[in-house]
Design a protein around this ligand. Sequence first.
Ligand SMILES: [Zn+2]
Length: 177
Amino acid sequence: MFYEDLSPYAYTDDGDVFYDPTDVMRFVAFRPDYARLNIGWLDGDRRWPRGPVPEAFGDRLQAVLGAQQVNVMMGLHDCDLCPTAIPDSHPWYEPLPGHRCASAGTGEIHVPGPSGTVFAAPRLIGHYVADHGYLPPRAFVDAVLAFDPYGSWPARFPAIRFPWIPADAELRHVDDL
Ligand SMILES: [Zn+2]
């Protein structure tokens, strides 16, 4: 799945679903009133920018990955950049030897950007940055550094680490569907 960095997000038209990472049976689903921009939807057949990232960016990116579960319903993706596939005997969520992050992932992270925009990145972005040297656009690096997923915005859903949830959104449980 390839999308150009900073292109309008088009993976799903079904709105955004943020799961509660402490109990992924609970979620908030809504149609966003912010514009979503793609980041890090890389493909092994296309070039992508490489370079060192600030250490603080890598740390904060991992914090966001630990805090958010977004749009996880879309299936498991294996890294297309790795030269070899994950062996069947290896748990997909464990990094391969020599890697810092797992080379398969499901779902996304969403990071508030400037003026009503949100950067939508696959969870594999942690692996792309840490293990393949992917250098995301500066606007995304800045947005991640500015976003504290454990920040003190007025959170109606304390375990859902995203500040721009519409006022009419409700916390639901998969058993209620
Ligand atoms: Zn990889």
